[in-house]
Design a protein around this ligand. Structure first.
Ligand SMILES: Nc1ncnc2c1ncn2[C@@H]1O[C@H](COP(=O)(O)OP(=O)(O)O)[C@@H](O)[C@H]1O
Ligand SMILES: [Mg+2]
Length: 321
């Protein structure tokens, strides 16, 4: 009997301890749940803090970017304004210099024609030099005015038949010295999208240079063509087999007044290629030169992305003038 009693008591103890254990486990689970919730809450707080912080940072960076953008826009407007002013200034200076120059030229002409007997040989020679200098200066002024016009004029894009333009210019140039044995080889079907009058000025300069720098050769060939360029684009070129130039200075040639040949060998003002470069840049293109002394020169130009649309790659057939 006592053994049954003690057995029952043992069972009760066991149940009691089980209940305690169960109770502890439930407590533990609750604690774990709270802990997890706490951590989750903490993480949420942290996350929202960081989100808010990075949002504030992004806003700050955005504001800074906007301010920098505004500053850049203002600087660009200032530079453009200053450029326009400078252009207007150089245009009017060049324009106003023409009148007194014409007077110098005109009065020396009158002296030479109507009062020649009053001058000895040396005086006449000196007057002739005054006249030559004033004419050279007039040429410089005209070139500067052209350069200025090229920058100021509004671009009017249209489809331009460059081959026809080159043929016209070549025929005009040949008239100046029909005795020269120089032939123009002009590729057919070169069509561009750009400003017709500016492209004419560019081609006049490039073909005019080719004509001038081949003038010391008995026989010369001047070529106008096109070659494939990056991104399916076209690079037009004017090539000659004349005096050429030192390729180390190929980039310099496009600066105003930069000349690699002396006036005693080839006349000029050194503004033609600067004008070409401005025209090409205004079209969004590139211009560059290749050459070697006594081995001729090639001047390439592209016309930028506006031009790429809708202009097919030209045929390579060439026409010889
Ligand atoms: N086709 C060419 N062959 C050799 N040199 C050239 C050629 N075109 C231009 N140059 C060089 O580039 C210089 C600048 O050319 P440009 O600006 O047209 O001035 P200009 O024709 O008045 O000399 C020239 O003086 C010459 O030295
Ligand atoms: Mg020139």
């Amino acid at each position: 009997m006592s053994s049954v009693k003690s057995g029952l008591m043992a069972l009760q103890r066991l149940r009691g301890s089980e209940r305690e254990g169960l109770g502890r486990t439930a407590l533990g689970r609750t604690a774990v749940v709270y802990a997890v919730l706490g951590v989750a809450l903490l993480l949420t707080c942290l996350a929202s803090y960081y989100v808010r912080r990075s949002r504030r940072h992004a806003e700050h960076v955005g504001l800074q970017l906007e301010a920098a953008n505004e500053q850049l826009k203002k600087a660009t407007r200032d530079v453009e304004g200053a450029n326009k002013e400078l252009e207007a200034f150089s245009y009017s200076v060049a324009h106003d210099l023409r009148a007194p120059l014409r007077s110098i030229d005109g009065f020396s002409q009158i002296l030479l024609e109507d009062h020649a007997q009053g001058f000895d040989e040396e005086a006449r020679d000196l007057l002739g030099r005054v006249q030559a200098s004033s004419r050279r200066m007039a040429l410089l002024i005209d070139d500067l005015l052209n350069l200025s016009r090229v920058t100021r004029s509004v671009l009017r894009h249209q489809t331009v038949d460059l081959s026809a333009l080159a043929r016209e210019i070549a025929a005009e140039i040949q008239k100046s010295r029909p005795d020269r044995e120089a032939r123009f080889v002009i590729a057919e079907g070169l069509v561009a999208f750009g400003d017709a009058s500016l492209l004419r000025v560019a081609l006049e300069n490039l073909l005019g240079n080719a004509w001038k720098f081949t003038s010391k050769k008995e026989v010369a060939t001047i070529e106008f063509g096109a070659a494939p360029y990056e991104g399916g684009d076209v690079a037009y070129y004017v090539r000659d087999d004349g005096a050429g130039f030192d390729p180390r200075y190929a980039e310099k040639l496009f600066g105003a007044f930069q000349r690699l040949h002396g006036a005693e060998d080839f006349e000029g003002t050194g503004i033609g290629l600067a004008t070409v470069a401005r025209i090409v840049h205004r079209h969004g293109g590139r211009v560059w030169a290749e050459g070697a002394v006594e081995e001729g020169a090639t001047f390439f130009f592209t016309l930028g992305s506006g031009h790429r649309q809708g202009v097919p790659f030209p045929s390579r057939k060439a026409e010889v003038l």
